[in-house]
Design a protein around this ligand. Structure first.
Ligand code: FER
Length: 303
């Protein structure tokens, strides 16, 4: 018997169209690259550190100030001359050795991004005047390790260059700083932190090189973060070496699932860490506020 197939075909076409419409609606509401994904908060996803006091980012009057300078270095792995910003604290002197924080930017940024979002020099000058931080050098390199390292065009295409930065950091950036500045050159005096792509880089490189870094921070870490079990594959060793592991994310940031996954793994394996979930999004306020907290908690042995 001949059956009429038209109703079936019409149905198939209709459900195909419906699936497309649902996918388009999801792409629209979740935004590109997961920024707008729905945030699902668990019981641990709470703010453990208060927002900084009013005026923390405004230069205090009459206090000594550090300096920020742009320097160039030859990168062997990239094959070009690259740039980084270097903050030296007030009273910087060759007679002392300073710990160093390497501070990494996001996917759309470069060596100037942290200065634009947070002015780490102002935060540090203020904290030092109040006796709330250890004098340190802060290095803001360019984490896009490729010949054209400007944030141009579709910045997501440069994601592989953010992975390649591991070699530039370890073999060129750190040796440059330790040869040109009065820097203490051991793991207890090196910290690595960053925002978004830079957060992922800090977790990936820092936890893989605990002989180089003892203090690690990831703010709003991006999906370039390695899977948690890969990041911390030997929890006992990680625990023994880490001085601080600081994770933060805003509760309006669609990328929060990345940090939630890292926190869950650390908790499961009893690796001490800070997990601070504040009320911001993927934005400069979150990065500035959490940098303020992070810098007060590093290099505390030097106090
Ligand atoms: C992604 C979403 C966001 C991603 C990277 C980012 C590599 C980075 C964001 C930032 O640095 O602000 O899917 O993939």
């Amino acid at each position: 018997m001949m059956t009429n197939r038209w109703p079936h075909m019409a149905l198939a076409v209709l459900s195909g169209l419906l699936a497309l419409a649902v996918a388009a609606a999801e792409a629209f509401t979740q935004g590109p690259r997961g920024f707008g994904r729905p945030v699902v908060l668990g019981p641990d996803d709470v703010q453990v550190l208060p927002d900084p006091p009013a005026g923390f980012e405004i230069p205090q009057v009459g206090i000594p100030r550090g300096q920020v300078e742009m320097i160039s270095y030859d990168s062997k792995s990239v094959g070009t001359t690259r740039r980084m910003q270097v903050y030296t604290p007030p009273g910087y002197s060759k007679d002392k050795k300073y710990p160093v924080l390497y501070l990494l930017h996001g996917i759309g940024g470069d060596e100037n991004e942290w200065q634009r979002f947070a002015q780490p020099n102002i935060l540090l000058d203020n904290l030092l005047a109040d006796g709330k931080a250890t004098p340190m050098i802060i290095v803001m390199p360019n984490g896009r390790a490729q010949k054209n390292d400007r944030a141009e065009g579709d910045v997501f295409r440069s994601a592989p260059a953010f992975a390649a930065f591991e070699e530039d950091l370890l073999k060129d950036v750190i040796p440059t700083i330790e040869s040109r500045y009065s820097a203490a050159a051991d793991r207890e005096h090196r910290a690595l932190a960053g925002l978004s792509m830079g957060g992922g880089q800090s977790l990936n490189f820092g936890l893989a090189h605990l002989d180089t870094f003892a203090w690690i921070g990831g703010f709003s870490s991006a999906p370039n973060t390695k899977p948690p079990a890969q990041l911390v594959h030997d929890p006992a060793a990680t625990k023994q070496k880490l001085r601080l592991l600081y994770l933060s994310c805003g509760n309006k940031d669609g990328l929060i699932r990345v940090s939630q996954g890292v926190h869950a793994h650390l908790k499961e394996h009893d690796v001490p860490h800070v997990w601070n979930v504040d009320s911001y999004g993927h934005d400069a306020t979150h990065w500035r506020n959490n940098l303020y907290h992070f810098v007060q908690r590093i290099f505390t042995q030097d106090e």
